[in-house]
Design a protein. Structure first.
Lengths: 310, 423, 281
């Protein structure tokens, strides 16, 4: 991307000129902060309190409707000794890792396919977004049918196609249940990757491809040396968001299995919700929810450094 | 727009009420009641269309009815109680009067009056709503969990009356599964139909989670082992694998799709069957939970009204409850509820609503043998935590999946010891 | 598309994968559609062929439209989504631009801080958040969610747009500034138009997330008349352990298909904002 040293392209420093309002506004620092202030203020006003409240809560023993008692890291110590916590940790990482890989690969393929011209392209693009548009609360209701062994259309097709004699229990079998949820999450999340990456592909100037073609680059080379570098920032950010959202994914699992059978599909968000809301242990619930904090902090800080490096 | 402005007034009152006593004396313009959206739509409608307007005409106080879906009710209550704002009157179920104890007003006076007028309260209701000798909620009825079965299929295998013991039910189930009519009892992470039969199962074999003191964990016992062994056999010989992943909706649908011949559920299956599938409705009936070696048990789900401590005018809220629990209002409301809610007042033991269908009667009969989750342990926060972590459900489910009785009990014992902070 | 590709290549590269994606992505919608037009007795009949409808009925749609406040919910949802999307995209753009393209003190802190708002999971945020809403006396108003959704969406838009802003070469902007454009003008006239697809995808996703949101809407919107589609449908069409399947699916379709059709017009601008022929493969 960077053609030539940045210092050449940059205009001469403003040092010698008299300070005018316009000159002031042209300074990177001033301009940046003017642009940033409204958003920063908004977020501070609405997120700062909840943010610190959440962290503080995790350090308390706080039964619902009672006053909390500060206990330091005791909640985390208890968790570290809880077998279910580690099961939930494994479930969460498996769920996030597998769905992210699926969504990334599938979404990229989807973007490449849709980056071609064909009739009805706009409508197709928009309809491929449907899984993402339809409220999750309602689409999971449809999946309840699709995955119910009695009514499962998948089972019906397999049985009537002669592949199996009796249907699988998609949500009742511990290992199948996790895979079923992975499929549903991938189904819902892939369009997000697909359309976002498509937008990234569209910002690539055709001149670059033409130039590469003139140089005799093959399709693979064009992909590796033209496409990939340009959409890398978008790709990375989309992945980061998807990872964060998937870590927090709640509704889908809560409605389909509620963490069952026997905790096989409980993840941090659903387990935290059960302990904090259904169990009334707000402090412990917060501690569970925050247990992924270190992983996410590493992710976000690493990404910020990467993106700001030039 | 008026209702919105009223709400703002109420919210204002709620915020200012705790600090400033200036609101005392002036009657509120409106109050809100938050309820779980009833399975019986007519029950909700009756409140909105009849009761609320009538009360407004009588007193000038507008009553807002805020329905919340069943699964979201605890979230809503937690928010109301923790932020000390929102509806003055909250509906509670299960052990919530204990869970939210500190955030609820003492309504003993109202309860005593209602009891006196309507023939007295059932004895065991005290366990469900009286916390430290104070009534924290006024119960209007219980949503019972009973055995729901297909009379025609049971007859086909020679069972003409619902089996009275666990072993007899198992025997019937074996025959029925062979005929292609398996049982379907929820063993997954739903909200009610799993606990609805598993706690009674444990109790009927003499097993207990924790003792009365709330400190001594009792789950590791030979009685529990017998219950677990029975459950595994019951699952393997009568059911489908899928029940391990079921939530509360699955057994209703499987029953109405004629996939299962028996399950444990509230009255909703029969009511939907009568409405949408009359020929299934004709061959559906209810039975009490079968006895085990140590007796017969059922699970409570007591529906009550409580007053939130932040209510700016508690006297007004109590006055509304007094009016609501007057025979004239309550009786008609329960009739609208089609006997889905079984009341705890002796004056209603022979209420006309029970005459609508003899198949409703077991829901009245089960009240005497009903207990709260975690009984005989205290019904407080730890009971909620155990329920929320599905300790008991998972113990049984893992055994059904094939884990050894010893292992599943050991895991449950470790979890319970952590919850009850026992050694 | 200069005739260089023969039909076989085109089938392999376009039609086959496209068909696969369409089937996988849209099958559940077919399922929703047939569920929404099957009478109850057919829905519960496990013995008949499930892929077709034997006696289609519009009863579920009629019930949805006449017995619930579905139209009001739809209006609320759209209003909330439009307002929050506008706020989020504008503020998100204003944050993303300097973060992606400028050097200034505090940049890294802001960038991390913005993303950090996602670190505390939503199931924890709503108690303090509803405390704020109560203090502002906004309970049961759409304003409540219009203020809270951007807290989720601004960081999302900002980060997403940072990626697109980064992909525009700096030289374009510098050239404009040498020609006398201010920083603001260079942003509005040069960089933003080039990032139209990015802005659109940020807008589309903000809109989608806003209309899907469940937890805040559940807590803040307690009356039927102020509810959004997901909360209204789940509250009033799931009663205890009984689901009104047909109506739920009708609500899912009526709530999403029109949105997809509207999106299809916007997707046009993915191309229109760019030089002609950009889609050439």
């Amino acid at each position: 991307m960077a053609v030539g040293p940045a210092s050449i392209a940059r205009p001469a420093p403003v040092a010698g000129r008299p300070i005018t309002l316009r000159g002031l506004l042209e300074r990177e620092g001033v301009f940046s902060w003017i642009m940033l202030t409204p958003g920063v203020l908004f977020l501070l006003a609405f997120v700062a309190y909840p943010f610190f409240y959440g962290i503080f809560l995790s350090l308390e023993e706080h039964p619902v409707a009672r006053a909390g008692r500060f206990v330091g890291f005791a909640n985390f110590v208890i968790l570290a000794h809880d077998g279910v916590f580690w099961q939930v940790t494994r479930n969460t990482f498996m769920y996030v890792a597998v769905t992210t890989v699926f969504k990334l690969l599938g979404g990229f393929a989807m973007a490449l396919v849709m980056n071609q011209s064909f009739r009805g392209r706009n409508l197709t693009r928009a309809f491929l977004l449907l899984p993402f548009i339809v409220p999750t609360a309602l689409s999971t209701v449809a999946w309840m049918w699709i995955l119910d062994p009695t009514f499962s259309i998948v089972n019906w097709l397999l049985v009537h196609g002669g592949v199996i004699t009796s249907g699988y229990s998609w949500l009742g079998n511990a290992s199948l249940a996790m895979w079923s949820l992975i499929v549903v999450n991938t189904w819902r999340g892939m369009p997000f990757y697909g359309i976002t990456l498509l937008a990234g592909l569209q910002t690539i100037s055709p001149d670059l491809y033409e130039a590469a073609a003139i140089d005799g680059a093959t399709t693979t080379q064009r992909f590796l040396y033209v496409t990939l570098p340009v959409i890398k920032p978008v790709l990375i950010i989309v992945t980061m968001f998807s990872v964060i959202f998937t870590f927090g994914d709640f509704q889908l699992i809560y409605a389909l299995t509620h963490g069952g059978p026997a905790n096989a599909t409980h993840v941090f968000s659903t387990w935290a919700f059960d302990i904090g809301m259904s169990g009334g242990q707000l402090g412990m619930g917060a501690a569970v929810a925050l247990a992924i904090l270190p992983a996410l902090v590493v992710l976000i800080v690493g990404l910020t450094i990467y993106l700001r490096r030039e | 727009m008026t209702s919105r402005r009223d709400f703002v007034t109420v919210t204002l009152a709620a915020v200012g009420g705790a600090l400033a006593p200036r609101w005392a004396g002036a009657a509120p313009k409106a109050m809100s009641v938050v309820h779980e959206s009833s399975f019986i739509k007519a029950f909700d409608d009756f409140f909105v269309q009849k009761l609320a307007p009538e009360y407004e005409k009588l007193t000038g106080i507008k009553i807002n009815y805020e329905p919340v879906s069943v699964g979201s009710m605890l979230t809503r209550l937690t928010t109301i109680v923790e932020t000390k704002a929102g509806p003055e009157i909250v509906a509670t179920g299960v052990n919530w009067p204990y869970l939210f104890d500190a955030g609820l007003v003492d309504v003993t006076d109202v309860a005593n009056e209602v009891g006196k007028k309507l023939g007295g309260w059932h004895d065991n209701i005290y366990d469900a709503v009286v916390v430290n000798r104070k009534w924290k909620a006024i119960p209007w009825g219980n949503i019972g969990q009973l055995e729901v079965y297909r009379t025609d299929w049971f007859k086909e295998v020679g069972v003409n009356k619902f089996p009275d013991t666990r072993e007899d039910l198992l025997a019937a189930g074996r025959l029925l599964k062979k005929k292609g009519h398996p049982f379907g009892f929820e063993l997954g992470h739903g909200f009610g139909d799993n606990h609805g039969w598993l706690y009674p199962l444990l109790w009927s074999y003499g097993g207990r989670e924790v003792d009365k003191d709330g400190k001594t964990v009792l789950i590791d016992s030979s009685e529990t082992a017998k219950a677990v062994d029975f459950c595994r056999k019951f699952y393997q010989e009568t059911m489908l694998e899928d029940v391990l992943g079921w939530t509360d909706v699955n057994n209703n649908r499987a029953f109405l799709a004629e996939q299962i011949s028996c399950t444990n559920n509230a009255m909703s299956i029969l009511i939907v069957a009568k409405r949408d599938f009359p020929e299934i409705g004709k061959v559906t009936d209810h039975g009490l939970n079968p006895q085990g070696p140590k007796g017969r048990f059922h699970l409570f789900n007591v529906q009550s009204h409580a007053i939130a401590a932040h209510a700016p005018d508690q006297a007004a809220a109590k006055a509304f409850l007094r009016w609501l629990y007057d025979d004239k209002q309550l009786s008609a409301w329960l009739v609208a509820g089609d006997a889905y809610y079984a009341p705890f007042l002796h004056g209603y033991d022979n209420h006309p609503m029970w005459n609508a269908d003899p198949r409703y009667l077991p829901y009245k009969d089960c009240l005497r043998t009903s207990r709260l989750h975690a009984w005989p342990g205290p019904a407080g926060h730890q009971a909620s935590e155990s329920v929320a972590k599905y300790v008991l459900v998972d113990m049984f489910a893992k055994a059904c999946r094939g884990d050894s009785t010893k292992d599943v009990i050991a895991t449950a014992a470790a979890q319970l010891k952590q919850i009850y902070k026992a050694k | 598309m200069v005739g260089g590709h023969d039909l076989a290549t085109r089938i392999r590269r376009l039609y086959l994968p496209l068909a696969a994606f369409l089937v996988l992505m849209l099958f559940p919608f077919y399922w929703m559609l047939i569920t929404s037009i099957k009478p109850n007795r057919e829905l519960y009949n496990a013995r008949i062929m499930p892929l077709i409808v034997h006696q289609p009925t519009l009863k579920h749609y009629v019930d949805l439209l006449t017995e619930t406040n579905f139209l009001t919910w739809t209006y609320n949802t759209m209003l909330v989504a439009v307002v929050t999307t506008a706020v989020s995209v504008v503020l998100g753009t204003m944050m993303a631009y300097p973060l992606a393209r400028m050097r200034f003190p505090g940049a890294a802190v802001v960038a991390i801080g913005v993303a950090a708002t996602y670190l505390v999971p939503q199931p924890l945020l709503f108690i303090p958040m509803s405390d704020i809403i109560n203090r502002l006396e906004l309970g049961n108003t759409l304003t409540a969610v219009m203020l809270t959704y951007p807290t989720l969406l601004i960081p999302f838009c900002a980060w997403l747009l940072m990626g697109y802003f980064k992909s525009v070469p700096r030289e374009l902007e510098e050239a404009a500034r040498i020609d006398g454009a201010s920083r603001f003008q260079a942003m509005v006239r040069i960089v933003l138009p080039l990032c139209t697809p990015g802005l659109l995808s940020a807008g589309i996703f903000a809109f989608t997330l806003a209309q899907n949101e469940f937890l805040y809407a559940l807590i803040f919107l307690a009356k039927s008349e102020v509810r959004t589609v997901p909360v209204g449908a789940i509250t009033e069409l799931i009663r205890g352990d009984v689901f009104y399947w047909g109506q739920l699916m009708a609500a899912a379709l009526l709530g999403s298909v029109p949105v997809a059709i509207i999106y299809s017009f916007f997707v046009d601008y993915y191309v229109a904002g760019l030089t002609a022929g950009a889609v050439k493969n």
